[in-house]
Write a protein that binds this ligand. Structure first.
Ligand code: ADP
Ligand code: MG
Length: 266
């Protein structure tokens, strides 16, 4: 068994596409992220799994700068971004999928993506510069919507999209920032089995054809086992194992962490 222990040692986090070093985040008495050291190599599709409350979302929030860490460092392609403000991180090539509540609900699907392209290309003041220029970034937005399978929904208002398509729009908006590293927090949650399969294929396609490094929080074990290169298991804030999906599935510590939870699925 070659499952890496709590601290990955193959690659220095400082040399990874995305690395963390002794990352800690506390909320009062709760240690949501507890001394997590990760090194995700460029081009890897890394799944992050773990029981509810394991600290997966908090880890993403600290990595993207939405929350500051209590201790530890975050590295992005060799640069320490621990103290960089959140709004600077997409420009560093790090993006997370937009949540449903971050969509411009009264705007069309195309406009949602186009505005992100425009902002990514011209900076936060780009919107003022081109307020009436509905063509800026349009071509790129169309291309991205083709990729995520929303090509037939350009003119639909975001609020009228079915749930699954709203999640896909959130992924499209993240892609519109042209990231090197993409973080997806449960992109299949609340989806039907059919939509889940479609979304898993989309994540795999984004990873394979765009060559992105992807960090994927996912509860659906079929998805995790079929598309990830490696899996990191969080339990009570700690990274208890990292390895290829097949080895993670049979690892004793992992089985233990899931006892009484979703062990059957593993
Ligand atoms: N903003 C917050 N304030 C207080 N506690 C929080 C906050 N966010 C998360 N937590 C706590 O941190 C722990 C990890 O939560 P979370 O990162 O959401 O886990 P997961 O995404 O793995 O389900 C939980 O105990 C949760 O209650
Ligand atoms: Mg979560």
């Amino acid at each position: 068994m070659t499952v890496l222990g709590p601290n990955e040692s193959i690659l220095d986090p400082r040399e990874a596409a995305l690395g963390t070093e002794g990352l800690v985040r506390r909320f009062g008495e709760v240690t949501a992220v507890d001394d997590v050291t990760l090194a995700v190599p460029s081009g890897e599709l890394r799944a992050v799994i773990g029981p509810n409350g394991a600290g997966k979302t908090t880890l993403f929030n600290v990595v993207t700068g939405l929350l500051s860490p209590t201790a530890g460092r975050v590295w992005f392609e060799g640069t320490d971004v621990t103290d960089a403000p959140q709004y600077e991180r997409p420009h560093a090539g790090l993006a997370r999928s937009f949540q449903s509540n971050e969509l411009f609900t009264e705007e069309s699907v195309l406009e949602n993506v186009r505005v992100v392209v425009q902002t990514a290309e011209y900076g936060p003041f780009g919107l003022d510069l081109f307020r009436d220029a509905a063509s800026v970034g349009r071509e790129r937005a169309v291309e991205i919507l083709d990729r995520v399978g929303l090509d037939a929904a350009h003119d639909t208002l975001a609020k009228n999209l079915p749930h699954g398509d709203q999640r896909r729009l959130g992924i499209a908006m993240a892609l519109a920032t042209d990231p090197d590293v993409l973080l997806l927090d449960e992109p299949t949650s609340g989806m039907s089995p059919g939509a889940t399969t479609k979304t898993a294929a989309l994540v795999e396609d984004i990873h394979d054809s765009l060559g992105l490094t992807v960090l994927l929080i996912e509860h659906d074990m079929d998805v995790v086992l079929s598309i990830s290169d490696r899996v990191t298991v969080l339990d009570q804030g700690r990274a208890i194992a990292t390895g290829p999906p097949e080895e993670i599935r049979t690892d004793d510590d992992v089985q233990e962490a899931y006892l009484g939870g979703i062990r059957e699925e593993l």
